[in-house]
Design a protein around this ligand. Structure first.
Ligand SMILES: N[C@@H](CCC(=O)N[C@@H](CS)C(=O)NCC(=O)O)C(=O)O
Length: 384
């Protein structure tokens, strides 16, 4: 019996070695496994044979068929951009001049320049936090660019976010002159906290304070002005929103220097543009507009040098500026669409610095909003 087992085992080992290293002859049963492997190869060959010939010349990219919204925008020759009117640095209406300005507003301008070569071919619609979902759902705006956080709920029920233009987090601000001992969220036990409805802020506040096991009293408002007025008048012990929002609104308080933003970062707030659903081509145009403003910075293309850059020998620069290739056609935009955007508002870094950088009252450093090549998160997929 033992001998039979040893003989069988040797046969098996032999069969495996044979199966692995040599073509299968008319073989003992065990070698059939090898035959199965061969069959798999045959299946692949059959599939490949059925596929179109690889030697056929590649078809040129098909020009984009305009989606319904994109066509409507082109027909009306004007972009409708949903913005903030109450957030200096990001989206703000200068009541004296009637002009909208800010980081978010510059992305509206860039799109307008890309489409119409005219930064004035835009209508700004100011929307409060609570109006953002309906504005996208009803298609009242072509694009929403208003310090709005990308979340799965909003992607699924409001419209589609295209990219992140500003990585932010939620913060908490206190009047340190009045409450010098408050340093952490836990120090806000039983405090009243001013917060705006219709925001991720309101939802995160509850989560975070529960996680800190710290009771608090929310004092809720519909818009930013009464939220910050109540805080400034001392009706709340603290106020919470995106850190960018706190930095921005602090400049409007009676004595900005009395107020401190606590170190705690309470959430992730990736802010960026979103579009109504239903037109993937328009979605792509907005998405790649953002990416190309980021790539323009990466490749050193600025509002000051964009004309000289047209003669650059760097293949990426030539493609981005439409000197070579016809990538614009696949998107349904003009060849020089990136040139127009950069001329109008500059690259991503210029937009950031002009509205939020060291020469502004907000004095924001790039931090995580720097390019990926400089340790930040700003990374655009290749334009090719
Ligand atoms: N990023 C958060 C908060 C955005 C938000 O709406 N923040 C307030 C507080 S700064 C604001 O901008 N309000 C302006 C207004 O009242 O219209 C979100 O998307 O929900």
């Amino acid at each position: 019996m033992k001998k039979i087992i040893v003989a069988l085992a040797s046969l098996l080992v032999f069969a495996f070695v044979l199966g692995a290293c040599a073509p299968a002859p008319s073989a003992p049963q065990i070698v059939k496994e090898t035959v199965v492997v061969k069959e798999t190869v045959v299946v692949r060959e059959t599939a490949a044979a059925a596929a179109p010939k690889a030697t056929a010349p590649a078809a040129p990219p098909a020009p984009a068929v305009l989606g319904a919204r994109f066509k409507a925008i082109n027909d009306r020759k004007k972009l409708i951009c949903g913005v903030n009117d109450a957030l200096p640095g990001f989206g703000y209406l200068d009541k004296a001049t009637g002009a909208f300005a800010g980081f978010d507003v510059d992305f509206c301008k860039a799109l307008t320049a890309a489409l119409f070569n005219d930064v004035k071919a835009v209508e700004y619609r100011a929307v409060t936090a609570g109006q953002r979902g309906p504005a996208l759902q009803t298609g009242e705006v072509d694009v929403l660019i208003r310090n709005t956080t990308w979340t799965v709920t909003r992607d699924a029920t409001w419209g589609l976010f295209v990219a992140t233009t500003f990585y932010d987090g939620q913060g908490m601000m206190v009047n340190t002159k009045k409450n010098p001992t408050v340093k952490t969220l836990k120090d806000l036990k039983d405090a009243s906290i001013c917060v705006q409805t219709g925001t991720t802020t309101e939802l995160n506040l509850t989560d975070r304070m529960r996680a800190e096991n710290t009771a608090f009293k929310p004092v809720v408002f519909d818009t930013a002005d009464p939220t910050f007025a109540a805080y400034d008048e001392g009706r709340c012990d603290a106020v919470t929103t995106d850190i960018s929002g706190l930095i921005s609104r602090r400049t409007l308080l009676k004595v900005p220097g009395d107020h401190t933003i606590l170190e705690a970062v309470m959430s992730k707030e990736p802010l960026g543009p979103s579009v109504p659903t239903g037109d993937s081509q328009w979605f792509n145009v907005v998405k790649w507009a953002v990416f190309e403003l980021i790539e323009a910075e990466e490749y050193g293309i600025t509002s000051a040098n964009v004309n000289q850059m047209l003669t650059s020998k760097v293949p990426e620069v030539q493609r981005i500026l439409g000197v070579t290739g016809d990538l614009n056609k696949t998107l349904g935009v003009e060849k020089d669409w990136v040139v127009r955007m950069v001329k109008a508002v500059g690259n991503y870094g210029e937009i950031f610095d002009r509205n939020l950088g060291p020469k502004t009252p907000f004095n924001l450093s790039r931090g995580v909003n720097n390019l990926w090549t400089k340790g930040g998160l700003m990374y655009a997929p290749p334009y090719r």
